[in-house]
Design a protein around this ligand. Structure first.
Ligand code: RAM
Length: 357
């Protein structure tokens, strides 16, 4: 890595060094995640725009991600653009169009939360082939179409945290359902898959998962999906919504219908404060700090572009006031850097957090 950093510093004077060194560097690279194609045409020193491509529009979670990204980019004096699809139905196409635009503009780095890792795969690979750095955040791109995943928290931790919350709320027996975002979201699918694995442990044998419903990160759809879960399963005890948009909508639907179903999942304290406490549908829920996730995405984008790291296991980079981070192997054979742990929010701390995010 040291060699590579130096190489980049002297790139303008010695482009041929890239060709000389690349064979050796690739030979030493043991991980299976994608590596950006470097060639003499890719002016890795030139600063282009840093692109952040979000998967949904103006919900509070994506606003917080954008806020963190913007904070770091402003502090570091970088040029950046933050792109968000206006409509869920065309979000995937929107993302591919933006990836292509940023590729043509020779962006310094594209950071994306892909709507679908398969649907965005080809466009991201084309970006890397053109010498643009690519990372995903919040939800993984496929390992062959990213150099790094900025992951909010470990999949196993998420699964165990949520399963234990369901266990607790059902008192270890009864029906529960998942209200997810979209069926193509890699993060949701990873978490739900791992929850099913975790559920095989005999301490969860009294639990019955009756349905996985999809609100597609749209408030009204998630609200309607919740109402139909309440109607379809009269013995339902718990809904687990690992999505902030879904959780907010589910809380409203449960409250509006006067249902006794309990709710847990990933929510924003600012949106859940009214639904937490005695006599309310939610006793506790979880989330990482989405502003920090946006900040780390920005620091990782800069480090990938300036060559401080390449996204290989063991690489590390500095993330300002967040400290140093080291790249590790991800479960999908790509690499990742993990932001932190999910925090638990309940009536003891919701007032402290509801104005933060
Ligand atoms: C939603 C999205 C996002 C997820 C959070 C918890 O806003 O589905 O991908 O990480 O919730």
């Amino acid at each position: 890595m040291q060699r590579r950093r130096m190489m980049k510093m002297h790139l303008k004077a010695a482009v041929f060094l890239i060709l000389a060194l690349s064979a050796g560097l690739l030979a030493g690279c043991g991980t299976r995640h994608a590596t950006k194609k470097k060639n003499a045409e890719a002016d890795v020193e030139a600063e282009g725009v840093y692109g952040m491509i979000l998967s949904s529009s103006d919900d509070s979670y994506t606003k917080s991600l954008a806020e963190g990204f913007k904070e770091v980019m402003d502090k570091e004096g970088k040029t950046y653009t933050i792109e968000k699809p206006k409509k869920a139905a065309t979000a995937s196409q929107f993302q591919n169009t933006k990836i292509a635009e940023l590729t043509r503009e020779k962006a310094s780095c594209i950071a994306i939360a892909p709507v679908s890792p398969d649907a965005q795969g080809d466009a991201l690979k084309a970006a890397m082939d053109a010498g643009v750095d690519v990372l995903s955040f919040d939800t993984a791109a496929n390992p062959d179409s990213r150099e790094l995943f900025v992951n909010q928290t470990g999949t196993r931790e998420i699964a165990e945290t949520l399963m234990d919350a369901v266990l607790d709320l059902t008192e270890a027996s009864g029906e529960w359902a998942v209200l997810s975002s979209s069926s193509t979201a890699a993060n949701q699918n990873e978490w739900i898959g791992q929850m099913k694995e975790t559920m095989k442990d005999k301490k969860y044998q009294g639990l019955k998962l009756v349905e996985i419903a999809y609100g597609d990160d749209q408030y009204q759809r998630a609200y309607d999906q919740t109402k139909s879960l309440l109607l379809s399963y009269p013995d339902l005890e718990v809904i687990c919504a690992p999505t902030t948009q879904g959780m907010k909508a589910a809380a409203a639907a449960i409250t509006d219908t006067g249902s006794k179903v309990k709710l847990t999942g990933f929510g924003l304290p600012s949106e859940m404060a009214d639904y937490v406490g005695s006599g309310k549908c939610c006793s506790s829920f979880y989330l990482w700090n989405p502003v920090d996730l946006g900040k780390l995405t920005a620091y990782a984008s800069i480090a990938l572009h300036d060559g401080t790291m390449t996204g290989d296991v063991g690489d590390s980079f500095d993330a300002g006031d967040m400290g140093a981070f080291t790249v590790t192997q991800a479960a999908d054979d790509g690499t990742e850097v993990i932001v932190g742990y999910p925090y638990k929010f309940d009536s003891s701390n919701i007032d402290e957090w509801k104005d933060v995010f």
